[in-house]
Design a protein around this ligand. Structure first.
Ligand SMILES: [Zn+2]
Length: 268
């Protein structure tokens, strides 16, 4: 079995569940994970949840037991590729799956014992932590969310709602479709060019390959986070492509509509 650990990531192999953690977030004792698809672990997509909620809760119980989180603390929004980020200030004593936060793609909280969970299959997870004001964030930045600059929206919201200083924020970029596999046609290329052609490293962000283009959404998100005031040293990249590793993680590019979801969870 492969080990996906690298200088930024630790690959944890539990009894019947495997997941990744960021070394940097462990330094601050932040409970978190990015689950893998090994042992058929699936956090389910929004389409496949229907009729499968029991199975989903069973899986949440499993991963929460590993992370020492009460599964009832889980909040999971219904993600629809928006740039909407919500603050969670209180929570009922029950797991909240897809019911309260609809059309939401980022969650923030400064409360202990609220577990922010989102689902991913190639889209970029960005886990945020303000080390001074103790605020966490879990952001779903797919290519549409990246175009809408959800990372920027999240940092602005942390400043406004929690008085965060961007210099104190750590951003961990989870596994996602990397430039090696994010090949797009003219239409999507034009959308990216329109938003990001001002960036000084454009030649690295968009590479032409015959009739198509390969886009580095990780680099775009790193640039957006730096523009928002984060220190370069505080931006941590997992350096893992979900498509290259689709034997171990759910990937939309690799599996299409049948793809399950990896879940990123974060909790103080
Ligand atoms: Zn790849």
């Amino acid at each position: 079995m492969i080990d996906l650990s690298n200088e930024n990531i630790i690959h944890i192999k539990g009894k019947d569940i495997e997941y990744l953690q960021f070394r940097k977030l462990l330094d601050y004792k932040i409970k978190h994970c990015y689950t893998l698809s090994t042992n058929n672990f699936d956090a389910f997509g929004n389409k496949t949840i229907l009729g499968n909620e029991d199975k989903l809760i069973e899986n949440y119980k499993k991963i929460c037991a590993e992370l020492n989180i009460n599964y009832k603390q889980i909040v999971r929004p219904k993600q629809t590729h928006t740039n909407i980020v919500e603050c969670i200030n209180a929570k009922n004593d029950d797991i909240d799956l897809f019911s309260t936060y609809i059309n939401v793609d980022g969650l923030l909280t400064n409360k202990n014992n609220i577990a922010l969970s989102l689902g991913f299959a190639d889209c970029t997870p960005i886990l945020l932590y303000d080390t001074e004001n103790k605020v966490i964030g879990n952001i779903h930045s797919g290519w549409r969310g990246t175009l809408q600059k959800i990372a920027t929206v999240a940092i602005e919201k942390m400043k406004k709602e929690y008085n965060s200083n961007p210099e104190n924020i750590i951003a961990c970029i989870g596994p996602c479709i990397k430039q090696c596999h994010f090949e797009v046609k003219q239409d999507v290329y034009e959308l990216f060019y329109k938003e990001f052609s001002y960036m000084s490293d454009l030649q690295n962000i968009i590479k032409r390959e015959k009739e198509n283009y390969k886009i580095d959404t990780t680099l775009i998100n790193i640039n957006l986070l730096k523009e928002a005031g984060l220190k370069e040293d505080n931006i941590i990249d997992s350096k893992i492509c979900t498509v290259c590793n689709s034997n171990y993680m759910h990937s939309y590019r690799a599996k299409g509509e049948k793809a399950g979801r990896n879940t990123a969870i974060m909790c103080m």
